[in-house]
Design a protein around this ligand. Structure first.
Ligand SMILES: *Cc1c(COP(=O)(O)O)cnc(C)c1O
Length: 398
């Protein structure tokens, strides 16, 4: 299935004068999402009131939309449910995974992981008891650190700072060989590159929808449980909507069947409406074509920046096979340079201590965006126009 990326670009609202290279952090608005959300508000919430749960199918959206995300990440039908935020889903997956290896006490992760994932693991260890611990090693040392005391290998496939890509198939196979469970965070993978959870035999996976999947700020996370585990997994967050019969209002928890048990509470209906509009676009996308286009955009950006900005150092792997869909450069004044770029309409972001991060999202990033961003960045670096107090004041969100 060929994908027409000019046509997908037309389906997004992209403000004039902006080159948006931050869809890895917050995807832009799909044009259809505004009307879809408005209709969900007025026609469903407004007119149906509580009848919307059945009449508009609100309660089924977390699994229906989950299946559509499943196609993008190689998940079996019926193995994904949406809800909560990614931090919560990390906790939930990790708790269930630890429960499956009761004789072991170690969670292994890496120092490139997103802090919230590590914080959730630390919090869970504290709750479970002093013998539980989180061990973090450098990303390149994960395989060597996978010893037979590791209960759960918890990794984010694409490093949020550098874009470095872990080999999911190989590390999952190694984890299984050592008797550990593999939990993958796909925050920077889902919608960024082809993933094949089923072929990799991943046990659990989690991810968010507001980055590459464009569900809008506050959009829900998703959780994947391999079909072979679904009916034995114990949900540590045993909320009423994961109960076998939520409307029986039993006083004791009984897990629902399959992936349903990973629900916690009320689904975010308005955000799911926005996600539905975005997935209408994603349904037309071939993931191999997406990857080819993403690599081409990233390569063009690297070549352009290296040719014009000698003081910026590539922080991402040079080999495209080892990179997600983002490119990062280092500079000690990275924050100020990014503010100068944003002032000229090129929106990327900054990650401490010195990373300028640029996301490339084939659905709406064009070749002209890449060359335009390179030209503006080159101008800023050549003139040192970033070197002003106004660009050095840190905002709350970077
Ligand atoms: C973006 C991101 C998060 C954010 O978690 P929220 O609970 O949605 O705020 C967590 N982990 C990773 C790896 C991320 O990239």
């Amino acid at each position: 299935m060929p994908t027409d990326f000019a046509a997908t670009r037309d389906q997004f609202h992209l403000p004039k004068g902006v080159i948006y290279l931050d869809g890895n952090s917050l995807g832009p608005l799909p044009r259809a999402a505004a009307a879809r959300v408005a209709s969900c508000v007025t026609d469903e919430w407004g007119d149906m009131l509580i009848r919307g749960w059945n009449a508009a199918g609100w309660m089924d959206q977390p699994t229906k939309l989950g299946d559509r995300i499943g196609r993008l990440i190689g998940a079996e039908a019926g193995s994904i449910v949406l809800g909560d935020t990614l931090s919560i889903k990390v906790y939930q997956a990790l708790a269930s995974a630890l429960d499956m290896v009761p004789s072991r006490r170690v969670i292994l992760s890496d120092t490139g992981n997103f802090p919230s994932d590590l914080y959730m693991a630390e919090g869970l260890c504290r709750t479970l008891g002093p013998e539980y611990r989180l061990v973090t090693v450098a990303p390149e040392d994960v395989a060597d650190a996978l010893t037979e005391d590791v209960a759960v290998l918890m990794l984010t496939q694409v490093d949020y700072r550098t874009g470095r890509l872990h080999d999911m198939a190989a590390l999952t196979a190694l984890a299984h060989e050592k008797g550990a469970i593999a939990v993958w965070d796909l925050a920077h993978s889902a919608g960024a590159l082809p993933v094949d959870l089923a072929a990799c035999r991943a046990d659990f996976a989690v991810g968010c929808t507001y980055k590459y999947l464009n569900s809008g700020p506050g959009g829900p996370a998703f959780i994947y449980v391999a079909p072979r585990h679904q009916d034995t997994t114990r949900p540590a967050l045993s909320g009423w909507l994961g109960h076998a019969a939520p409307f029986a209002f039993d006083l004791h928890y009984r897990p629902g069947s399959g992936i349903e048990r990973m629900r916690v509470g009320t689904p975010p209906v308005l955000q799911l409406a926005a996600l539905g509009a975005s997935l209408d676009i994603w349904d037309t996308v071939d993931m191999a074509a997406l990857r080819a286009r993403s690599v081409a955009l990233c390569e063009a950006f690297i070549t352009g920046v290296e040719a014009t900005c000698p003081t910026l150092t590539l922080a991402s792997p040079r080999n495209a096979d080892q990179r997600g869909s983002q490119v990062s450069f280092r500079h000690p004044e990275g924050y100020a340079i990014m503010q100068a770029l944003i002032a000229q309409g090129v929106i990327g972001d900054f990650r401490a201590p010195d990373i300028l991060r640029f996301g490339f999202t084939p659905l709406y990033t064009s070749d002209a965006d890449v060359s335009g961003a390179v030209a503006i960045l080159a101008g800023i670096m050549a003139s040192n126009s970033w070197d002003q107090p106004a660009f050095k004041t840190r905002a709350k969100v970077t």
